[in-house]
Design a protein around this ligand. Structure first.
Ligand code: ATP
Ligand code: MG
Length: 653
């Protein structure tokens, strides 16, 4: 880890923060260590309003199927909407909807409560009951958030499917969930183009392949031409007409499933992760308060799609549970130009901004190629805090984000977590933790992350290993829907002493104890007996800021060294070929040798226009492993965004 630069929160920042200074952080950690259940019980009473209070915090009698707050009853939508109206926040703006075309609308808490209740009445009228599964296949919209909240209101279990997925992926998810309803839109607007949604739903459901499915509710977004199945399809606006604007919430047990969500598929076939109501809501709200330091007058913007867990916890649930004001953004970062994020921050005076490294890296490339969209040209003075999620953020991108977006004054919270964890696990708290670029720093108070070897034994700081969570926590995955065995095998393998296996490798710094994620467990390389994380080599490549925009590193079998390092590189200039490619490859090899050491020099370097990514923007290294070996890709590619890139990379050099 590059420890040469530590960024300390200013005294003023510490003073105003929800968790003040390292003393504040340590007090919470101490409280959780002294009485683990007492700590979570206290927070669950403070952050969640219970219709029936719980008397028991944790039930571990059927571990690893843990139950939290099990005899308590609550309603998640009550906690996000009614409660705020009752607190006097009815006229406060809950959502600022920023449409693709640059127009925006505001929705207050009272209005949102009315819309959600009315939609909940539509679902009820169509026979949707507590425990039924509803698939939401929508673009980013107030209606999308409202659909999730409406399910929560009546105790239905939502499963949001990202609007970029194919008919086949949608069909798989509808079938796996046994959904009774799909909520969708006619089309979605992205980057000035109308893209189909309803047509894909039609294709997914064709031929009666989803026998549980009864109704499709269609939100009219564009008015484009679509097909219609009489009896099955219903316009949302027609369904809403005349329905009451109030709907008594269904009080559910804390363990009642709030949603299913399939993982990104970076490492294999997506898993249907099942989350609870009580424990999940607690952590979504708590992390929004402590990690994002959310205050009454903030304007919060999480750029994730509601199709990903980040959009669940930090759009639909966390900020609303706290009565915050947030942006819901329909468009794409590059439309009408690559200054869209910066322009939108200036327009709505966004104070907290949360995005992904993949977006940052591509906007760096865009800004360096076109001065007109450089963030320095926009008024970003409203920002006070930045966040990153989804992949490790390499130090070079971190520094750029800090300097050009944060103006050097905004802390960056690099939040490590997963679909399965429900909320942040390892992250700085902005008014407390001194920051190190590229490190997600320390566990969130109460979260017991650790690094162990293959047998579950602790490894000393400074030595890499397997990232685990030693104790269960409230917002953890409850099971894989329909597959409890896969849940146990994937996350609680026997050798690991009952610890939760995250699937990522990590290392703790010898001095600070800070965590750095080194890549997926599968991505640890062994070159001539030296173990290396792919992330370290990728970071070294990207730190060659003159040349490199993005890099992915994988291993392939090698007769002499055991494994050889293959790097796939996207340059800031056009993709080189022939002698130019050879010359740049040599330059990059020498660069890595200087940065890390000769042992880390990539044997192969291939240049592409892009890298294979999931639809959530993560690099799919498992596919690159096949390409590196010269094999055909035979794995699950249902979540791959840009299939054509595999051919280009297979042919390259
Ligand atoms: P699948 O589980 O299907 O392979 P996935 O792991 O990409 O897909 P997600 O739950 O969306 O699905 O992503 C969680 C993973 O993202 C983490 O396990 C980690 O590898 C990576 N990640 C998320 N945030 C960070 C971060 N701040 N730093 C490093 N890695 C991160
Ligand atoms: Mg995963």
């Amino acid at each position: 880890m590059s420890q040469n630069e530590l960024y300390l929160p200013s005294a003023a920042w510490q003073e105003q923060a929800n968790v003040k200074g390292m003393a504040g952080y340590q007090a919470l950690v101490d409280e959780s260590e002294a009485d683990y259940q007492g700590y979570w019980g206290r927070l669950a009473r403070e952050f969640v309003t219970w219709q029936t209070p719980f008397t028991k915090v944790l039930n571990d009698s059927e571990a690893p199927f843990f139950k939290w707050f099990e005899d308590g009853r609550l309603n998640v939508s009550y906690n996000c909407l009614d409660r705020n109206v009752e607190r006097g926040l009815g006229d406060k703006v809950a959502i600022i909807f920023e449409a693709d075309d640059g127009s925006s609308t505001k929705v207050t808490y009272s209005e949102l409560l009315g819309r959600v209740s009315q939609l909940a009445n539509v679902l009820k009228a169509r026979g949707v009951k507590k425990g039924d599964r509803v698939v939401i296949y929508m673009s980013m919209s107030v209606e999308g958030v409202a659909a999730m909240q409406a399910c929560a209101r009546i105790g239905a279990i939502h499963s949001v499917v990202f609007g970029g997925f194919s008919a086949q992926s949608l069909r798989d998810r509808v079938q796996d969930a046994g959904a009774v309803m799909v909520i969708t839109a006619d089309e979605q607007l992205r980057g000035g183009k109308a893209l189909p949604l309803k047509a894909i739903v039609d294709e997914a459901l064709e031929g009666g392949v989803c026998p549980t499915l009864k109704d499709v509710i269609v939100y009219k977004r564009t008015g484009g031409k679509i097909g219609w199945v009489e009896g099955r399809d219903h316009w949302l606006h027609e369904e809403l007409a005349g329905k009451p604007m109030t709907c008594e919430p269904e009080w559910v047990e804390a363990e009642h499933p709030l949603f299913l969500l399939y993982t990104s598929g970076s490492t294999g076939k997506p898993k249907g992760v099942q989350h609870s109501s009580g424990g999940y809501l607690l952590h979504a709200a708590l992390t929004t308060k402590w990690t994002f330091d959310l205050k009454d007058n903030d304007v919060f913007w999480c750029t994730a799609d509601i199709g990903w867990v980040t959009g669940h916890s930090y759009i639909t649930y966390g900020p609303l549970a706290l009565g915050g004001t947030e942006i819901v953004f329909e468009g794409v970062p590059t439309y009408p130009d690559a200054g869209r994020f910066w322009e939108t921050i200036a327009k709505h005076k966004v104070s907290i901004f949360y995005t992904a490294p993949t977006a940052i890296r591509s906007l760096i490339k865009a800004a360096e190629g076109n001065a007109a969209v450089h963030p320095d040209r926009y008024d970003l003075s409203s920002l006070r805090l930045l966040g990153s999620v989804g992949e490790p953020i390499n130090p070079a991108a971190w520094e750029w984000y800090h300097k050009h977006i944060g103006g050097g004054r905004c802390p960056i919270v690099d939040t490590f977590w997963q679909t399965e964890t429900g909320g942040h696990m390892i992250t700085p708290l902005p008014g407390a933790t001194p920051l190190v670029p590229g490190s997600c720093t320390l566990p969130f108070p109460g979260i017991t992350t650790a690094i162990v070897d293959e047998m579950g034994n602790d490894v000393p700081n400074g030595q890499g290993g397997i990232l685990v969570v030693k104790k269960p926590w409230p917002s953890m995955i409850r099971t894989i829907y329909n597959d409890p065995e896969r849940f146990k095998k994937s996350y609680y393998p026997e050798e690991l002493k009952g610890y939760y296996l995250a699937g990522d490798g990590a290392i703790r710094d010898a001095e600070t104890g800070y965590f750095t994620i080194t890549g997926r467990i599968d991505d640890v390389l062994n070159v001539s007996g030296h173990r290396m994380g792919t992330m370290e080599i990728e970071s070294a490549l990207v730190s060659c800021t003159e040349l490199v925009a993005e890099a992915a590193v994988v291993g392939r079998p090698d007769d002499t060294t055991g494994e050889a390092i293959c790097a796939f590189v996207v340059l800031k200039r056009a993709r080189p070929t022939g002698d130019e490619a050879k010359a740049i490859a040599k330059q990059l090899r020498d660069w890595v040798a200087k940065e890390i050491g000769p042992i880390a020099k990539p044997k192969d370097i291939r240049f592409g226009d892009n890298l294979p990514k999931t639809r959530s923007g993560k690099i799919m290294r498992r596919l690159l492993r096949s390409v590196a070996k010269g094999e055909a890709v035979t794995q699950d590619t249902s979540t791959l965004e840009n299939p054509a890139i595999l051919d280009q990379l297979s042919e390259a050099n």
